[in-house]
Write a protein that binds this ligand. Structure first.
Ligand SMILES: Nc1ncnc2c1ncn2[C@@H]1O[C@H](COP(=O)(O)OP(=O)(O)O)[C@@H](O)[C@H]1O
Ligand SMILES: O=C(O)C1=C[C@@H](OP(=O)(O)O)[C@@H](O)[C@H](O)C1
Ligand SMILES: [Mg+2]
Length: 180
């Protein structure tokens, strides 16, 4: 059991899917180092993500996100929670696929809405109809998450503990593969 667990595990999925929350626990349980691209960007710049969007626009944030993925993917034995938009750029998808085992935390729009509607730290969800925006993002990004993922885990209506158990069971059942 567990002998084929990949060195790097990358979590992808929409805002509210639980990447940051689940990633921290998985890393602890597997003895891996946890990183979150957004958190590292905030530590490096000294400002919160919404401030980066204000000062540099979404395109400025995306450049920082790609640079962070390039840097963190060189590490070994990590769990990386990405931001929801990390899969938009083809080069980011290539990095994720090449350097880690990619898990898509999939949730339905209603569930994502309940988890993110009052959060002020997600600039894409401010001053918009949050449910409609999540719907739009789901339709645009679900194919990209799906094509990038090695494993898809549904997270709707399930407590974090159950999701963690599902992920760890799937990892323990892995056959040896080409993933580093
Ligand atoms: N399975 C879950 N059930 C209920 N609430 C959850 C679940 N996963 C995450 N949450 C909550 O949803 C919010 C968003 O989670 P977060 O980990 O920040 O998601 P992401 O990093 O994917 O955007 C947080 O308040 C978190 O506590
Ligand atoms: O979906 C997105 O484009 C974004 C998701 C956020 O991360 P979470 O998915 O952790 O909320 C953060 O990277 C930024 O606000 C943009
Ligand atoms: Mg997050």
């Amino acid at each position: 059991m567990g002998e084929h667990i990949p060195s790097n595990i990358f979590l992808i999925g929409l805002m509210g899917a639980g990447k940051t929350t689940v990633g921290k626990v998985i890393a602890k349980n597997l003895g891996k180092t946890f990183y979150d691209t957004d958190q590292v960007i905030e530590q490096r710049t000294g400002v919160k993500i919404p401030t980066i969007f204000e000062l540099e626009g979404e395109s400025g944030f995306r450049k920082r996100e790609t640079a962070m993925l390039e840097e963190l993917s060189e590490q070994q034995n990590i769990v990386l929670a990405t931001g929801g938009g990390a899969i938009i750029a083809p080069e980011n998808r290539a990095i994720l696929k090449q350097y880690g085992y990619v898990i898509y935390l999939r949730a339905n729009v209603n569930e994502l809405y309940l988890r993110t509607r009052n959060d002020k730290n997600r600039p894409l969800l401010q001053n918009v109809d949050v449910k409609a925006k999540l719907e739009q993002l789901f339709h645009a990004r679900n194919p990209l998450y799906t094509e990038t993922a090695d494993l898809i885990v549904d997270t709707g209506h399930q407590p974090v503990t159950v999701i963690i158990h599902k992920i760890e069971s799937a990892l323990n059942a892995l056959e040896p593969s080409c993933k580093p």
